[in-house]
Design a protein around this ligand. Structure first.
Ligand code: G6P
Length: 581
C-alpha cells in the first residue's frame, strides 16, 4: 500500500509528482503529500483524502521554484488517516516518504522519546526519519545504513536531507524502482507513475541505497558500488480516461467481452504455450481477495480433471506448515503482482524448491519476475479498486489450463460464443438496475451455492460488500443451516447461485428453506425458474459457466453502490494493491 514518487532533474517537480500520484492512487487514498526542495528549504504540503484535494491545496500555495521533490499517497496502517499522519514526515534535517510497516517502531519510539525526540504523528514512519536524523553526522549513506539495521519490517523510502540537493532511496520487501529519463531521474513504487517521462528503469535489490542528483545516480550496498542493468518497459503510459462511462468499474466490466475474445484468439491455437499441469502431483493455488476466489473456481476445474489441489489465501499459506511433495506446482494469482502476502507465499514455495506459476496482470511485477513460469492475463490497466475484468481474465486462464488437460469439442464451441454472449448479458443494464432497486436498502445480503457456485457466491458477495458497503456473506448452501440461517429475516435477500447441474436440486432445496423463513430469493441460473427475481445466463460448458455468471453479479454490485451514492471506484478503506501484511 501507499505510493511513492520522487523527482530530480531540470524541471519543476510539482506537476510531475501530482501526475505520478494520480497513477499511484490505486495504492491508497487516505491522505497525500508532497515535499519540494530548493537549497536548504524544504516545503511540505499535505492533506487528507484523495489526490484531487492535494491538487487543490497546492494551487492555493506559493510553491518553491525548484527541481527536487518527493510525494506520497497513503493507505493508513499506523495512525488515523489525518493530516498529521500524512507523509512526508520531517524530523530535523530529514524529510521522507515511506511505504511499508516498521514492526518495531513502538519500542524505538519509546527509546527516542526518552532521548528527547519529539514526534508529531502516530505513524511508524516518523521513527525512520528520527533515526536517520540521529545517525546523520555529515554522511547520509552511513546514517541510512545504521537506520535500516535497527528497523524491522518492510520499507520503500525516498529521503531528502536539508543539506544536500539529492534524493536518497532504499527498499526492503516493498517495491521501489529507479526511473531514468533525459537529464532527469525518478524513484517510484510503480513504473506506471513515470511512463509519461521514461520507460527506462532499474530494479533495486534489498537495502541498496540509490543516490540521485540532477546529473546522475549511484547505487551502493554497504558503501560498495553496485552496477545494475537498465531495463526497458514495454508498458505504455495508459489511457486513464473514462471514455464516456461514469465510473471505471463500469468501463472495465464492459471491456470484458473484448478482452476475453482477444485472449481466446491468442491461445486457442497455441494452447501448448500454456504449462501442462499434469506434470505435477499436486497443485497449490494461492491469492488474496478476488484473486483467491478466481483460484477457488480453478480448484473445481482442476479437481474435475483429476488433479490434487490445495488452495489457501496467501496470508495463511505463508505461515502454515506445508508439507510439499517434490512435484508440487504453486500457482500464484495476482492482478498487481505486488500483493505482499502473495509475494511471501511465492517466496516460501521458491525456498522449498518447487515450481511456481504466476497468473498476473502486471508484467515486470515482483510475482511476474520471480516465478518459474508466468501467464499474463492481458486485462490492461485496471483502475477501479474493486477488480472486475482482471478476475474474469484470471478465471479464463484457469479454464484454458483445465481445457489443456482435458480437451473437449463442446468446450471449444462454447468458447467461441462466449464473448458475444457476455456482451449481450452486459447490455441488459435496465435489468440490473431493477434488481438493484430491491437490494439497495438492505442491511444484509446472503449468497449461497455449492462447489463452483460457492466460489462464484464468494466473489459476488465480496463485490457487493466492497462497493456498496452492504453487509454481505456467502455460504456453502449446505452449511447455511448450521447457524447462519438464524440471521434470515422477513425480506432478507438471498442469492442462490445454481449453475451446476449435478447439484442443482440440493441448492434449490436450501433456497426453499430460507424462503420459508421469509427470505426474498434471487435465483441465478441457466434455465428459467419459477422465482420472481432471477438472473438467467446462457448454459455453456461447466468450465466456462462462471465467466458468464460473475459479470452479472458485478453489474448488480455496481448499480446497488450507485443507488446508495457510494464512491464506486475508490471504496472507503480499500486499496487496489495491498503491499503490506
Ligand atoms: C485488494 C483489491 C482486490 C484484489 C486483492 C488482491 O484487496 O482490492 O480487488 O483482489 O487486493 O490483489 P492482487 O493484485 O494480488 O490481485
Amino acid at each position: 500500500m501507499c505510493g511513492i514518487i520522487g523527482y530530480i532533474g531540470k524541471n519543476n517537480p510539482t506537476e510531475i509528482l501530482l501526475e505520478g500520484l494520480k497513477a499511484l492512487e490505486y495504492r491508497g487514498y487516505d491522505s497525500s503529500g508532497i515535499a519540494l526542495k530548493k537549497d536548504n528549504n524544504i516545503q511540505i504540503v499535505k492533506c487528507v483524502g484523495k489526490i484531487a484535494n492535494l491538487e487543490e491545496k497546492l494551487r492555493k500555495e506559493e510553491l518553491l521554484d525548484c527541481n527536487i521533490g518527493i510525494a506520497h499517497t497513503r493507505w493508513a496502517t499506523h495512525g488515523d488517516p489525518c493530516e498529521e499522519n500524512a507523509h512526508p514526515h520531517q524530523i530535523g534535517k530529514i524529510t521522507l516518504v515511506h511505504n511499508g510497516i516498521i514492526e518495531n517502531a513502538f519500542s524505538i519510539k519509546k527509546r527516542l522519546e526518552k532521548e528527547g525526540v519529539v514526534f508529531h504523528s502516530g505513524t511508524d514512519t516518523e521513527v525512520i526519519a528520527a533515526l536517520i536524523n540521529q545517525h546523520y553526522h555529515g554522511d547520509m549513506q552511513d546514517a541510512i545504513n545504521k537506520t535500516v539495521k535497527e528497523i524491522k519490517g518492510s520499507y520503500a523510502l525516498a529521503i531528502l536531507n536539508e543539506d544536500e540537493n539529492k534524493i536518497y532511496a532504499i527498499r526492503c520487501e516493498s517495491p521501489l524502482i529507479l526511473g531514468i529519463g533525459k537529464d532527469e531521474y525518478f524513484v517510484t513504487s510503480d513504473i506506471g507513475a513515470i511512463l509519461k517521462h521514461t520507460n527506462k528503469y532499474v530494479l533495486l535489490g534489498e537495502n541498496e541505497i540509490v543516490e540521485l542528483t540532477k546529473d546522475g545516480y549511484t547505487i551502493t550496498k554497504d558503501k560498495k558500488s553496485i552496477k545494475r542493468k537498465v531495463e526497458v518497459s514495454n508498458l505504455k503510459s495508459e489511457d486513464a480516461s473514462l471514455h464516456g462511462y461514469e465510473h471505471f468499474m463500469m468501463k472495465e466490466i464492459n471491456e470484458e467481452p473484448i478482452l476475453v475474445d482477444n485472449f481466446i484468439k491468442k491461445y486457442i491455437n497455441n494452447i501448448n504455450d500454456l504449462p501442462d499441469l499434469t506434470n505435477y502431483k499436486c497443485i497449490h493455488i494461492i491469492g488474496c481477495g478476488s484473486a483467491y476466489y478466481a483460484g477457488m473456481v480453478g480448484k473445481y476445474f482442476f479437481e474435475e480433471d483429476g488433479l490434487k489441489v490445495d488452495i489457501d489465501v496467501a496470508s495463511e499459506y505463508r505461515y502454515r506448515n506445508i508439507v510439499y511433495d517434490e512435484k508440487t506446482l504453486v500457482i500464484l494469482i495476482s492482478q498487481s503482482g505486488e500483493t505482499a502476502d502473495t509475494i511471501a507465499a511465492m517466496r516460501k514455495a521458491i525456498n522449498h524448491k518447487v515450481d511456481t506459476l504466476a497468473i498476473v496482470n502486471v508484467d515486470g511485477s515482483t510475482i511476474a519476475r520471480e516465478c518459474t513460469y508466468k501467464i499474463l492475463i492481458e486485462a490492461g490497466r485496471e483502475i477501479a479498486v474493486a477488480t472486475t475484468k482482471a478476475f474474469i481474465q484470471q478465471v479464463l486462464v484457469l479454464s484454458l489450463l483445465s481445457y489443456k488437460i482435458n480437451p473437449d469439442d463442446k468446450y471449444l464451441d462454447d468458447l467461441k460464443q462466449l464473448p458475444q454472449q457476455l456482451k449481450v448479458l452486459l447490455d441488459k443494464t435496465g435489468f440490473y438496475k431493477k434488481l438493484a432497486d430491491i437490494i439497495y436498502k438492505q442491511e444484509d445480503v446472503f449468497f449461497i451455492g455449492r462447489k463452483v457456485d460457492y466460489a462464484i457466491s464468494m466473489e459476488g458477495s465480496l463485490k457487493l460488500k466492497e462497493v456498496s458497503y452492504i453487509h454481505s456473506d456467502a455460504y456453502q448452501a449446505g452449511e447455511l443451516k448450521h447457524g447462519t440461517i438464524s440471521l434470515i429475516n422477513e425480506g432478507t435477500i438471498v442469492f442462490g447461485i445454481i449453475t451446476d447441474e449435478e447439484i442443482k436440486d440440493k441448492t434449490i432445496s436450501n433456497l426453499e428453506e430460507v424462503i420459508s423463513r421469509g427470505a426474498v430469493p434471487i435465483y441465478v441460473g441457466t434455465e428459467e425458474s419459477g422465482y420472481k427475481n432471477q438472473i438467467i445466463v446462457p448454459k455453456v460448458h461447466k468450465k466456462l459457466q462462471p465467466l458468464l455468471v460473475v459479470p452479472t453479479l458485478q453489474m448488480v454490485a455496481y448499480y446497488v453502490a450507485y443507488k446508495r451514492g457510494c464512491d464506486i471506484d475508490k471504496p472507503r478503506n480499500l486499496a487496489k494493491s495491498v503491499t503490506v501484511e
